[in-house]
Write a protein that binds this ligand. Sequence first.
Ligand code: MG
Length: 428
Amino acid sequence: MSVPLNTKRCFALVDCNNFYASCERLFRPDLKQRPVVVLSNNDGCIIARCALAKQLPIPMGAPFHQVKPLLKQHRVAVFSSNYALYGDLSSRVMQTLEQLAPKVEIYSIDEAFLELSGVESCQDLTDFGQHIRQTIQQQLGLPVCVGIAPSKTLAKLANYAAKKYPQFDGVLDLTDSHKRLHILARTPVQEVWGVGRKLAERLQAMNIDTALQLARACPEQIRKKFSVVLARTVNELNGIACLALDEVQEPKQQIISSRSFGQRVKEKSAMQQAITLYISRAAEKLRAQHSLARQLSVFIRSSRFDQKARFFGDQASLVLESPSSDSRVLQQAAMQLLDRIWRDGPSYAKAGVVLNDLCSVQGLQSSLFSPPPSERSQRLMATIDQLNQKHRGSVFIARQGRDGDWQMQQRFLSPAYTTRWDQLPEVY
Ligand SMILES: [Mg+2]
Protein backbone atom coordinates (compact mmCIF):
# COMPACT_ATOMS: atom_id res chain seq x y z
CA MET A 1 0.00 0.00 0.00
CA SER A 2 1.57 3.30 -1.02
CA VAL A 3 0.82 6.29 1.17
CA PRO A 4 -0.42 9.39 -0.67
CA LEU A 5 1.81 12.41 -0.04
CA ASN A 6 -0.98 14.53 1.44
CA THR A 7 -1.82 11.88 4.03
CA LYS A 8 -1.00 12.96 7.55
CA ARG A 9 1.54 10.89 9.45
CA CYS A 10 0.12 8.45 11.93
CA PHE A 11 1.95 6.36 14.51
CA ALA A 12 0.94 3.76 17.06
CA LEU A 13 2.88 2.85 20.17
CA VAL A 14 2.19 -0.68 21.33
CA ASP A 15 3.42 -1.39 24.85
CA CYS A 16 2.99 -4.61 26.84
CA ASN A 17 1.42 -4.17 30.27
CA ASN A 18 3.70 -5.13 33.18
CA PHE A 19 5.65 -7.20 30.68
CA TYR A 20 7.89 -9.36 32.91
CA ALA A 21 5.07 -10.09 35.35
CA SER A 22 2.70 -10.90 32.47
CA CYS A 23 5.26 -13.31 30.97
CA GLU A 24 5.57 -15.14 34.30
CA ARG A 25 1.82 -15.41 34.70
CA LEU A 26 1.33 -16.69 31.17
CA PHE A 27 2.37 -20.23 32.06
CA ARG A 28 0.94 -20.19 35.56
CA PRO A 29 -2.85 -19.80 35.27
CA ASP A 30 -3.00 -20.70 38.97
CA LEU A 31 -1.57 -17.24 39.67
CA LYS A 32 -4.41 -15.38 37.99
CA GLN A 33 -5.84 -14.12 41.28
CA ARG A 34 -2.49 -13.68 42.99
CA PRO A 35 -0.12 -10.70 42.89
CA VAL A 36 3.11 -11.37 40.96
CA VAL A 37 6.47 -9.59 41.25
CA VAL A 38 9.79 -10.09 39.44
CA LEU A 39 13.21 -9.48 40.99
CA SER A 40 16.33 -7.97 39.40
CA ASN A 41 19.56 -9.90 38.77
CA ASN A 42 20.75 -11.71 41.88
CA ASP A 43 17.26 -11.33 43.34
CA GLY A 44 18.16 -7.82 44.52
CA CYS A 45 15.04 -5.70 44.21
CA ILE A 46 11.56 -5.53 42.69
CA ILE A 47 11.66 -4.60 38.99
CA ALA A 48 8.16 -5.57 37.81
CA ARG A 49 4.74 -5.84 39.38
CA CYS A 50 1.44 -7.06 37.99
CA ALA A 51 -1.68 -4.91 38.42
CA LEU A 52 -2.65 -6.70 41.65
CA ALA A 53 0.83 -6.20 43.12
CA LYS A 54 0.66 -2.50 42.27
CA GLN A 55 -2.25 -2.17 44.69
CA LEU A 56 -0.01 -3.32 47.57
CA PRO A 57 2.40 -0.95 49.34
CA ILE A 58 5.39 -2.47 47.53
CA PRO A 59 7.18 0.24 45.56
CA MET A 60 9.11 -0.36 42.36
CA GLY A 61 12.81 -0.85 43.16
CA ALA A 62 12.18 -1.94 46.75
CA PRO A 63 15.00 -4.21 48.04
CA PHE A 64 13.67 -7.76 48.20
CA HIS A 65 14.87 -8.43 51.77
CA GLN A 66 13.02 -5.34 53.03
CA VAL A 67 9.62 -6.28 51.61
CA LYS A 68 9.88 -10.03 52.19
CA PRO A 69 7.44 -10.12 55.17
CA LEU A 70 4.92 -8.05 53.23
CA LEU A 71 5.18 -10.31 50.19
CA LYS A 72 4.57 -13.32 52.37
CA GLN A 73 1.63 -11.72 54.12
CA HIS A 74 -0.12 -11.00 50.82
CA ARG A 75 0.81 -14.36 49.23
CA VAL A 76 2.71 -12.63 46.44
CA ALA A 77 4.28 -14.96 43.84
CA VAL A 78 7.97 -14.00 43.52
CA PHE A 79 10.12 -14.71 40.44
CA SER A 80 13.79 -14.20 39.59
CA SER A 81 14.12 -12.42 36.25
CA ASN A 82 14.10 -14.94 33.41
CA TYR A 83 15.50 -13.02 30.45
CA ALA A 84 15.49 -16.07 28.18
CA LEU A 85 11.71 -16.23 28.56
CA TYR A 86 11.13 -12.46 28.23
CA GLY A 87 13.45 -12.18 25.23
CA ASP A 88 11.72 -15.00 23.43
CA LEU A 89 8.20 -13.71 24.10
CA SER A 90 9.33 -10.22 23.10
CA SER A 91 10.47 -11.43 19.69
CA ARG A 92 7.14 -13.23 19.22
CA VAL A 93 5.25 -10.01 20.05
CA MET A 94 7.39 -8.11 17.52
CA GLN A 95 6.86 -10.77 14.82
CA THR A 96 3.09 -10.56 15.35
CA LEU A 97 3.22 -6.75 15.07
CA GLU A 98 5.22 -7.04 11.85
CA GLN A 99 2.34 -9.02 10.39
CA LEU A 100 -0.12 -6.28 11.35
CA ALA A 101 1.76 -3.22 10.08
CA PRO A 102 4.31 -2.87 7.28
CA LYS A 103 6.72 -0.67 9.27
CA VAL A 104 7.69 -1.49 12.84
CA GLU A 105 10.39 0.03 15.03
CA ILE A 106 11.29 -2.12 18.02
CA TYR A 107 11.78 0.48 20.71
CA SER A 108 12.47 -1.71 23.74
CA ILE A 109 11.91 -5.28 24.91
CA ASP A 110 8.17 -4.64 25.29
CA GLU A 111 7.42 -1.59 23.12
CA ALA A 112 7.24 -0.91 19.40
CA PHE A 113 6.25 2.01 17.19
CA LEU A 114 4.13 1.20 14.14
CA GLU A 115 3.67 3.48 11.16
CA LEU A 116 -0.07 3.63 10.40
CA SER A 117 -0.12 6.44 7.83
CA GLY A 118 -2.91 5.72 5.37
CA VAL A 119 -4.71 3.19 7.58
CA GLU A 120 -7.40 5.71 8.57
CA SER A 121 -8.64 5.84 4.99
CA CYS A 122 -9.68 2.19 5.19
CA GLN A 123 -10.35 1.54 8.88
CA ASP A 124 -11.29 3.40 12.05
CA LEU A 125 -8.05 3.81 14.01
CA THR A 126 -9.53 2.83 17.38
CA ASP A 127 -10.89 -0.35 15.79
CA PHE A 128 -7.46 -1.05 14.34
CA GLY A 129 -5.90 -0.51 17.77
CA GLN A 130 -8.36 -2.98 19.28
CA HIS A 131 -7.51 -5.43 16.52
CA ILE A 132 -3.80 -5.20 17.49
CA ARG A 133 -4.68 -5.69 21.14
CA GLN A 134 -6.89 -8.70 20.51
CA THR A 135 -4.43 -10.34 18.12
CA ILE A 136 -1.59 -10.19 20.68
CA GLN A 137 -3.95 -11.43 23.37
CA GLN A 138 -5.22 -14.34 21.28
CA GLN A 139 -1.89 -15.42 19.80
CA LEU A 140 0.35 -14.87 22.82
CA GLY A 141 -1.88 -14.28 25.81
CA LEU A 142 -0.13 -11.01 26.67
CA PRO A 143 -2.01 -7.78 27.47
CA VAL A 144 -0.94 -4.64 25.58
CA CYS A 145 -2.09 -1.03 25.32
CA VAL A 146 -2.08 0.97 22.10
CA GLY A 147 -1.64 4.74 21.72
CA ILE A 148 -2.31 6.30 18.31
CA ALA A 149 -1.40 9.84 17.22
CA PRO A 150 0.12 11.99 14.46
CA SER A 151 3.59 12.04 16.11
CA LYS A 152 5.68 9.57 18.09
CA THR A 153 5.71 11.81 21.20
CA LEU A 154 1.89 11.99 21.12
CA ALA A 155 1.60 8.23 20.48
CA LYS A 156 3.68 7.66 23.64
CA LEU A 157 1.41 10.01 25.56
CA ALA A 158 -1.71 8.34 24.16
CA ASN A 159 -0.35 5.01 25.36
CA TYR A 160 0.27 6.42 28.83
CA ALA A 161 -3.35 7.62 28.98
CA ALA A 162 -4.70 4.34 27.53
CA LYS A 163 -3.01 2.55 30.45
CA LYS A 164 -4.05 5.07 33.07
CA TYR A 165 -7.74 5.52 32.26
CA PRO A 166 -9.73 2.25 32.14
CA GLN A 167 -12.57 3.82 30.14
CA PHE A 168 -10.42 3.71 26.98
CA ASP A 169 -10.26 -0.07 27.13
CA GLY A 170 -6.54 -0.11 26.33
CA VAL A 171 -6.67 1.90 23.10
CA LEU A 172 -6.55 5.67 22.69
CA ASP A 173 -6.54 7.52 19.37
CA LEU A 174 -5.40 11.14 19.74
CA THR A 175 -5.63 12.16 16.08
CA ASP A 176 -8.68 14.27 17.01
CA SER A 177 -7.46 17.61 18.35
CA HIS A 178 -10.30 18.13 20.88
CA LYS A 179 -9.58 14.84 22.57
CA ARG A 180 -5.90 15.67 22.43
CA LEU A 181 -6.23 18.96 24.32
CA HIS A 182 -8.34 17.26 26.96
CA ILE A 183 -5.69 14.58 27.61
CA LEU A 184 -2.69 16.95 27.34
CA ALA A 185 -4.24 19.20 30.01
CA ARG A 186 -4.48 16.24 32.39
CA THR A 187 -0.97 14.91 31.82
CA PRO A 188 1.86 16.13 34.08
CA VAL A 189 4.77 17.46 32.03
CA GLN A 190 7.05 14.84 33.54
CA GLU A 191 5.15 12.12 31.71
CA VAL A 192 6.06 13.56 28.29
CA TRP A 193 8.54 11.38 26.37
CA GLY A 194 12.06 12.75 26.87
CA VAL A 195 11.17 15.01 29.82
CA GLY A 196 12.80 13.54 32.89
CA ARG A 197 12.44 14.59 36.49
CA LYS A 198 15.20 17.22 36.31
CA LEU A 199 13.87 18.84 33.16
CA ALA A 200 10.35 18.79 34.62
CA GLU A 201 11.58 20.72 37.65
CA ARG A 202 13.08 23.43 35.45
CA LEU A 203 9.89 23.62 33.38
CA GLN A 204 7.74 23.83 36.51
CA ALA A 205 9.83 26.78 37.63
CA MET A 206 8.57 28.48 34.43
CA ASN A 207 4.97 27.51 35.30
CA ILE A 208 4.90 24.70 32.77
CA ASP A 209 3.27 21.90 34.75
CA THR A 210 1.22 20.03 32.16
CA ALA A 211 1.86 18.59 28.71
CA LEU A 212 -0.61 21.16 27.33
CA GLN A 213 1.37 24.06 28.79
CA LEU A 214 4.51 22.66 27.17
CA ALA A 215 2.66 22.27 23.86
CA ARG A 216 1.69 25.97 24.06
CA ALA A 217 5.21 27.18 24.83
CA CYS A 218 7.10 28.95 22.06
CA PRO A 219 9.42 26.41 20.38
CA GLU A 220 12.03 29.08 19.65
CA GLN A 221 12.15 30.13 23.28
CA ILE A 222 12.37 26.53 24.42
CA ARG A 223 15.22 25.94 21.97
CA LYS A 224 17.16 28.89 23.39
CA LYS A 225 16.51 28.06 27.04
CA PHE A 226 16.79 24.27 26.80
CA SER A 227 17.69 22.45 23.60
CA VAL A 228 16.78 21.66 20.02
CA VAL A 229 15.51 18.31 21.28
CA LEU A 230 12.94 19.85 23.63
CA ALA A 231 11.85 22.35 20.94
CA ARG A 232 11.17 19.35 18.71
CA THR A 233 9.10 17.83 21.53
CA VAL A 234 6.96 21.00 21.56
CA ASN A 235 6.28 20.59 17.84
CA GLU A 236 5.57 16.89 18.25
CA LEU A 237 3.04 17.67 21.01
CA ASN A 238 1.24 19.88 18.49
CA GLY A 239 0.92 16.99 16.08
CA ILE A 240 3.84 17.98 13.85
CA ALA A 241 5.82 14.79 13.31
CA CYS A 242 9.55 15.55 13.60
CA LEU A 243 10.71 12.01 14.34
CA ALA A 244 10.51 9.26 11.76
CA LEU A 245 10.31 5.57 12.41
CA ASP A 246 13.79 4.13 13.00
CA GLU A 247 13.40 0.76 11.40
CA VAL A 248 17.07 -0.07 11.38
CA GLN A 249 18.91 0.04 14.66
CA GLU A 250 22.27 1.74 14.53
CA PRO A 251 25.06 -0.72 15.27
CA LYS A 252 26.46 -0.20 18.74
CA GLN A 253 29.84 1.46 19.11
CA GLN A 254 30.80 -0.54 22.16
CA ILE A 255 29.67 -3.90 23.52
CA ILE A 256 29.81 -4.65 27.22
CA SER A 257 29.10 -7.96 28.86
CA SER A 258 29.30 -7.92 32.62
CA ARG A 259 27.53 -9.29 35.66
CA SER A 260 27.69 -9.29 39.40
CA PHE A 261 28.38 -12.78 40.68
CA GLY A 262 25.81 -14.73 42.68
CA GLN A 263 28.58 -15.82 45.01
CA ARG A 264 32.00 -14.25 45.49
CA VAL A 265 34.71 -15.72 43.26
CA LYS A 266 38.08 -16.58 44.82
CA GLU A 267 39.47 -19.14 42.36
CA LYS A 268 41.12 -18.12 39.13
CA SER A 269 39.59 -21.06 37.27
CA ALA A 270 36.07 -19.86 38.14
CA MET A 271 36.99 -16.36 36.97
CA GLN A 272 38.31 -17.79 33.70
CA GLN A 273 35.02 -19.58 33.28
CA ALA A 274 33.00 -16.42 33.88
CA ILE A 275 35.13 -14.27 31.54
CA THR A 276 34.83 -16.93 28.84
CA LEU A 277 31.05 -16.85 29.12
CA TYR A 278 30.97 -13.04 28.95
CA ILE A 279 33.28 -12.93 25.95
CA SER A 280 31.11 -15.50 24.13
CA ARG A 281 28.00 -13.39 24.73
CA ALA A 282 29.75 -10.20 23.61
CA ALA A 283 31.15 -11.90 20.49
CA GLU A 284 27.69 -13.17 19.61
CA LYS A 285 26.29 -9.62 19.81
CA LEU A 286 29.23 -8.37 17.76
CA ARG A 287 28.51 -10.88 14.99
CA ALA A 288 24.77 -10.17 15.10
CA GLN A 289 25.47 -6.55 14.09
CA HIS A 290 28.11 -7.65 11.51
CA SER A 291 30.94 -5.90 13.31
CA LEU A 292 34.49 -6.72 14.27
CA ALA A 293 36.34 -5.49 17.35
CA ARG A 294 39.84 -4.11 17.36
CA GLN A 295 40.19 -3.49 21.06
CA LEU A 296 39.28 -5.54 24.10
CA SER A 297 39.24 -4.87 27.86
CA VAL A 298 38.69 -7.12 30.85
CA PHE A 299 37.91 -5.92 34.36
CA ILE A 300 37.55 -7.64 37.72
CA ARG A 301 36.66 -6.16 41.07
CA SER A 302 35.76 -6.99 44.64
CA SER A 303 32.86 -5.23 46.35
CA ARG A 304 33.14 -1.78 47.93
CA PHE A 305 30.54 -2.94 50.45
CA ASP A 306 32.68 -5.78 51.83
CA GLN A 307 33.54 -4.42 55.23
CA LYS A 308 36.11 -7.04 56.12
CA ALA A 309 38.35 -6.74 53.08
CA ARG A 310 40.04 -3.91 51.21
CA PHE A 311 38.59 -3.10 47.83
CA PHE A 312 40.52 -4.41 44.85
CA GLY A 313 39.78 -3.73 41.24
CA ASP A 314 41.81 -3.71 38.05
CA GLN A 315 41.39 -3.71 34.31
CA ALA A 316 43.57 -4.28 31.27
CA SER A 317 43.18 -3.73 27.54
CA LEU A 318 44.89 -4.76 24.36
CA VAL A 319 44.66 -4.03 20.65
CA LEU A 320 44.25 -7.08 18.44
CA GLU A 321 46.62 -7.60 15.52
CA SER A 322 43.64 -7.55 13.21
CA PRO A 323 39.97 -6.89 14.05
CA SER A 324 38.01 -10.02 14.85
CA SER A 325 34.64 -11.40 15.86
CA ASP A 326 35.91 -14.96 16.35
CA SER A 327 35.02 -16.12 19.87
CA ARG A 328 38.21 -18.19 20.07
CA VAL A 329 40.49 -15.27 19.21
CA LEU A 330 38.70 -12.93 21.61
CA GLN A 331 38.68 -15.55 24.36
CA GLN A 332 42.43 -16.12 24.09
CA ALA A 333 43.06 -12.40 24.28
CA ALA A 334 40.76 -12.09 27.28
CA MET A 335 42.65 -14.87 29.10
CA GLN A 336 45.93 -13.03 28.51
CA LEU A 337 44.40 -9.89 29.98
CA LEU A 338 43.07 -11.78 32.98
CA ASP A 339 46.57 -13.22 33.62
CA ARG A 340 47.87 -9.66 33.75
CA ILE A 341 45.40 -8.39 36.34
CA TRP A 342 44.57 -11.49 38.39
CA ARG A 343 45.57 -11.40 42.03
CA ASP A 344 45.00 -14.21 44.54
CA GLY A 345 43.28 -13.15 47.74
CA PRO A 346 40.36 -10.82 47.02
CA SER A 347 36.79 -12.11 46.93
CA TYR A 348 35.66 -10.94 43.51
CA ALA A 349 32.11 -9.63 43.19
CA LYS A 350 32.01 -8.58 39.55
CA ALA A 351 33.78 -8.98 36.24
CA GLY A 352 33.20 -8.03 32.66
CA VAL A 353 34.54 -7.61 29.17
CA VAL A 354 34.28 -4.61 26.87
CA LEU A 355 34.70 -4.71 23.10
CA ASN A 356 35.76 -1.37 21.63
CA ASP A 357 36.83 0.24 18.39
CA LEU A 358 34.28 -1.65 16.33
CA CYS A 359 34.19 -1.64 12.56
CA SER A 360 31.88 -3.24 10.03
CA VAL A 361 32.84 -6.41 8.18
CA GLN A 362 32.11 -4.73 4.83
CA GLY A 363 34.21 -1.69 5.68
CA LEU A 364 37.18 -3.91 6.41
CA GLN A 365 36.91 -5.95 3.24
CA SER A 366 37.78 -2.87 1.21
CA SER A 367 40.68 -1.87 3.44
CA LEU A 368 44.23 -2.59 2.30
CA PHE A 369 45.83 -2.77 5.69
CA SER A 370 43.99 -5.40 7.68
CA PRO A 371 43.19 -8.82 6.30
CA PRO A 372 39.50 -9.73 6.75
CA PRO A 373 38.72 -12.73 8.99
CA SER A 374 39.11 -16.03 7.17
CA GLU A 375 36.10 -17.63 5.46
CA ARG A 376 36.49 -20.65 7.69
CA SER A 377 36.31 -18.64 10.88
CA GLN A 378 33.24 -16.76 9.66
CA ARG A 379 31.45 -19.97 8.65
CA LEU A 380 32.24 -21.70 11.95
CA MET A 381 31.00 -18.75 14.01
CA ALA A 382 27.81 -18.48 11.93
CA THR A 383 27.11 -22.17 12.57
CA ILE A 384 27.67 -21.79 16.32
CA ASP A 385 25.34 -18.77 16.43
CA GLN A 386 22.65 -20.71 14.56
CA LEU A 387 22.88 -23.66 16.94
CA ASN A 388 22.81 -21.42 19.99
CA GLN A 389 19.84 -19.51 18.65
CA LYS A 390 17.87 -22.75 18.50
CA HIS A 391 19.04 -23.96 21.86
CA ARG A 392 20.84 -21.51 24.12
CA GLY A 393 24.14 -22.86 25.41
CA SER A 394 24.34 -25.89 23.12
CA VAL A 395 27.79 -24.95 21.77
CA PHE A 396 30.34 -23.15 23.92
CA ILE A 397 34.04 -22.82 24.51
CA ALA A 398 35.18 -25.65 26.80
CA ARG A 399 36.66 -23.28 29.37
CA GLN A 400 33.21 -21.79 30.02
CA GLY A 401 32.12 -25.08 31.62
CA ARG A 402 28.54 -25.96 32.46
CA ASP A 403 27.58 -24.33 35.74
CA GLY A 404 29.67 -22.31 38.11
CA ASP A 405 28.86 -21.26 41.66
CA TRP A 406 29.61 -17.73 40.51
CA GLN A 407 26.53 -17.63 38.32
CA MET A 408 23.65 -15.38 39.27
CA GLN A 409 21.48 -16.06 42.21
CA GLN A 410 18.10 -16.95 40.80
CA ARG A 411 16.30 -18.78 43.52
CA PHE A 412 12.85 -18.17 42.11
CA LEU A 413 13.56 -18.74 38.42
CA SER A 414 10.66 -19.93 36.29
CA PRO A 415 11.38 -22.58 33.64
CA ALA A 416 12.49 -21.51 30.14
CA TYR A 417 9.04 -22.53 28.89
CA THR A 418 9.39 -21.29 25.37
CA THR A 419 13.06 -21.79 24.58
CA ARG A 420 13.88 -25.22 26.04
CA TRP A 421 12.15 -28.41 24.94
CA ASP A 422 12.86 -30.02 28.29
CA GLN A 423 11.07 -27.20 30.09
CA LEU A 424 7.88 -27.02 28.05
CA PRO A 425 4.82 -26.52 30.23
CA GLU A 426 2.89 -29.74 30.81
CA VAL A 427 -0.86 -30.12 30.79
CA TYR A 428 -2.49 -32.75 32.97
MG1 MG B 1 5.53 -1.99 29.22
